[in-house]
Ligand binder design. Structure first.
Ligand SMILES: [Zn+2]
Ligand SMILES: [Zn+2]
Length: 239
């Protein structure tokens, strides 16, 4: 599969440094998508149909709720609920009675209701953008020697984006370069995780009164950085 290249934003994210360049891009994109979903997309019929169908996960519902445009969100939530209610009515009408149930299984109600928590149009849109960035990283690694040097000097990725980078390399590289990318990336990652392990260890030891006056070193913000490394962009720039 081919993706559009995003060379400039990828270089900018690498220049910014930190635990994961893709997290920087994801956070920026997420903020743009909040504006998109609360703005133009409310009037776009295709997006409205998709939003009615899928809705938003808990996290993105919360982001949209805090996004400063209650009317936009209320319009989308209203049509989502109307569609959901129609679906519920249809399913209830189709539900077999006790006699017929032996022949036809009843509706999987728990799964039906639970699906509303996880399906998310926002997550899908964001993931498609992230794929373009990760594809660009793999592409630049193959084509650009300067980028390869920058990549080797970086801190790798957070674990969710590491997984995507490995998949993307598997799909889009072959032969020796694929071997090298995977091996170098895993080495980079292991080295960085060992540094972080030391930093968060020192963070916990600073709570001991005997260490009170000793310097923090790089550990003052170790907790959000380690959480970002393990969990992804939601912990980027947290204090
Ligand atoms: Zn990341
Ligand atoms: Zn989501």
């Amino acid at each position: 599969m081919k993706y559009e290249l995003e060379t400039i934003p990828v270089w900018d994210a690498y220049r910014a440094g930190g635990e994961c360049p893709v997290c920087i891009l994801e956070k920026k994109n997420e903020a743009q998508n909040v504006k998109y979903f609360l703005g133009d997309s409310v009037m776009d019929p295709d997006t409205r149909v998709a939003a009615n169908e899928k809705g938003f996960c808990v996290y993105h519902s919360e982001l949209l709720f805090e996004g400063g445009h209650k009317l936009g969100l209320a319009l989308m939530t209203h049509t989502y609920l109307a569609r959901f209610l129609a679906d519920l009515r249809r399913k209830r009408a189709e539900e077999p009675d006790a006699k017929a149930r032996s022949k036809r299984p009843s509706v999987e109600w728990p799964a039906f209701f639970r699906a509303t928590r996880s399906a998310c149009l926002f997550c899908e849109r964001l993931a498609a953008t992230i794929d373009r960035y990760v594809f660009t990283i793999v592409y630049l690694y193959k084509k650009d020697e300067d980028f390869r040097k920058t990549f080797h000097a970086s801190n790798g990725f957070c674990l969710p984006h590491l997984a995507r980078a490995l998949e993307m390399a598997e799909e889009n590289l072959s032969g020796a370069i694929r071997e090298e990318f995977t091996r170098e990336l895993l080495a980079l990652e292991e080295k960085r995780l060992a540094v972080l392990e030391g930093e968060i260890d020192w963070f916990t030891q600073k709570f001991d009164y005997r260490n009170q006056d000793k310097p923090w070193g790089n550990s003052a913000d170790a907790l959000p950085r380690v959480l970002q490394k393990l969990k992804g962009h939601r912990f980027l720039d947290r204090k």
